[in-house]
Every structure is written in structure tokens, then in C-alpha cells.
Design a protein around this ligand. Sequence first.
Ligand code: GLO
Ligand code: MG
Ligand code: MG
Length: 437
Amino acid sequence: MSNEVFSNIPEIKFEGPDSDNSLAFRHYNPSEKVGDKTMAEHLRFSMAFWHTMNGGGSDPFGADTAQRPWDSVSDPMEQARIKMRGIFELTEKLQIPFFCFHDRDIAPEGETLAKSHKNLDEIVGLAKTLMKTSKTRLLWGTANLFVHPRYMHGGATSPDLKVYAYAAGQVRKALEVTKELGGENYVFWGGREGYETLLNTDMKKELDNLAAFMHMAVDYAKEIGFDGQFLFEPKPKEPTKHQYDTDSATVYGFLEKYDLLPHVKLNIETNHATLAGHTIQHELHFARINGILGSVDANQGDTLLGWDTDQFPTDLYVSTLMMYEILKNGGLHRGGLNFDAKVRRPSYTVQDVVEAHIIGMDSFARGLKAAHSMLTDGVLEDFNAQRYASWNSDLGKKVAQGKATLAELEKSVLNDPVHVPASGRQEYLESIVNRYI
Ligand code: GLO
Ligand code: MG
Ligand code: MG
């Protein structure tokens, strides 16, 4: 078909673990059932517009390396049209059901906010038309409040009211178009919502303003009948030295303090967990037990580098433990696994991008299967039920009900001979996890 944007990319199909074809799935078989759901229903993959359509590979030391079909097109609006057609085509060829975008990824910024809205409307109109004949859906939309120089001090935490108002206008519009495209979620990531030095920062005012901003977004969503899930994405540093949305626990505290917990869940990214000094399992687990696990930005960092490398996920140990938490959460519900990931700079072809998505999808398919078997056998559950068994005693139950006293607890052990608790058997448990992978 001459209309194709990526004419050299075929439809990617499941060929099984023995296939030598780099443009095929070895493990991701969308219709295969794992437990009571298909792989497609469990995994809800999504493609990131900013990396896959806009990322060119430039870094602080060098220019773009990527070769893309629209390279020779100079009109930014025409490029935007091709890229939008491109993401629908590529998601379909890869059997990825969703995509995600920032407002400024899909349409160029105009001279005024009003002109930017107009550009956005045109491209959103195109996306809507493409959706009529495509299976591709919108996982989430968001507003880019960090690239433009006006946001150098932040967007929703800017010390300058005019900048704050501009950010508000962008978010209002982004919510409107996310609704128009049937988006399942709306994400806040505080790109520049943080600070470099407290010498020029009123932290309390900035956090109060951020909360007011989010409440206005929640109110506007209600006003226009957008019923998507709001998500807040934690990240500890980069671009600012101190990001206000450091990690899941910090964001939970913020949401609770400002009465936003009823409206907002988390979008948790693997590489951001690493930067915060946590495992992704810790981040997902914390969110799960507090009822705020919303969606996942599936990527991975590099153990030797201290910044956000946003690589495609390949680590099966990690994908297994992630899927373990997600299954225990009863799934991702309206969320998904969004590949917030980019190929390395020397991987400059479109084929590299496709192969990167394939290994990401295969890694999660294997993680899903391993986690599902592990959970079905209940090995970790049985072990931990035993480990915490003493809490089933009457005294243990009293503590849980808040009815015990220090003196009562003391009395229960006052005349005990030396008590040695059972071994934690970490290495044994690690060997069990390895067996399932
Ligand atoms: C950068 C973030 C970024 C967000 C995106 C959505 O480190 O991961 O890609 O996911 O802006 O809010
Ligand atoms: Mg992200
Ligand atoms: Mg990132």
C-alpha cells in the first residue's frame, strides 16, 4: 500500500520461541490465555509518541542519528500528520492496542496559546478519523509543561502567575482532547515541578499551588464529563535537582495532604524507581497496598549510569516481579504498560525501533507467565503465611484491632526463655523465583 508510512515494516506475528525471525514475537501471543485473561488483556501495551515518533537520538554531545520516513518533510504540520498516521500504523503492525502523547508531541507549538490549540485541534481531528478504522486507542494524554523556556522555573509550581496560567490553559485543552479521543487516563508528570536551590524557592507556596492546579484539573474533568483516571508520575531528580514527585511514598503523602487521593492514582516508571534508589517492585508494591497503582511506564535504566536512560525493558527477573505485583493488584484496570522507552543512539533505523518493542513485549509476556505460575502455586504466599503466623494468635489480633497495650505485650514475653525467630530464607526464595523464570 503506497499510503503506508513504514512500508518496510511487516505485520508482527507470534511465531513461537524457536523462531529466528527478528520481526516476530517469540513469547507474546495476544490471544493466548494466562489464567482467565488473554495476554493482550493482561498486558495492555502502549507506544509513547514522544520517543517513537519524535525521538531522534540527539544527546548533549551529538545530533540526531535516526532515519525516519518524514525526514525530508519541512512543514511541521505536514510532519505532524505523517507521524500521527505513522503511530496508528506502527501500533497496529505491532499489535499494540494503545498509544500515549503530550500535547506538543503531536502538533507544533504556535506563536500564541490560541494558535497552539488550533494546531492541536487539527491533528486531533486526524487521530479521530484514523480511530474510525483502527483498533488503536488512547491510553493517556498529558501536557508538556517542561520543554518550552517559559517553564524554566516550573509550570504548575512556577513563581510567575502568568506561566502558571499558561500551564493551566495547556492542561485544560489537553484534558479536552484526551476526552475527545476517548483517553482512559490523564497523566501529570512534573517535568520541572521541583527546584534547584531553596535560596530562591518558596516550597510551601509551590506545593500549595501544585495541589490547587490539580484540583482545578479534577474539577474541569467533571465539568466536561471526562471520566478517565488521573495519574501522577513519580521521579526523584532530572531535570530539576529536587523533584516534588520523588517517589510513590512522597506522592502518596502529597495526595493525602491535599485531599487528592480520591481522584489520583500513580503512573509508575521503572527507571524512575531506580533513580529514587528503589526497585520497581517496591514502588508497585507500595502503590498496590495503598490502592493507588494506576499504570506503568515500562522501561529500564542502566545499572552503571545515574540518569534516566529510558531503555526498552529486557530484564526477565524484573518483568516477572512487576507482573507479580500487577497480578496481585487484580491487573492494571484502566492503566497499561506504556513503553516510555527509546532505542540507543546508534540504533537509528525504524527496524531497530520495532525490534525494541518486540523484546519489550516478549519480556513482559515471559514475566506474566512466570508470575502467574508462581502465584498459582502460591509458594511465596505459603511461605509468608507461615512467616507471619504468630499474628493469628489472640494477642496478634488485638494488636491489629488497636486494642493491645505495651504492658500486655511485655507481659506475654516477660519470663520467656531466649526466643529466636525463624530464618528469613531469602536465598531459598530467590532460587524459587529463578525456577519460575
Ligand atoms: C520523563 C518521564 C516522561 C513522562 C511523560 C508523561 O522522565 O518519564 O517521559 O512519562 O512526560 O508525563
Ligand atoms: Mg515516564
Ligand atoms: Mg523517564
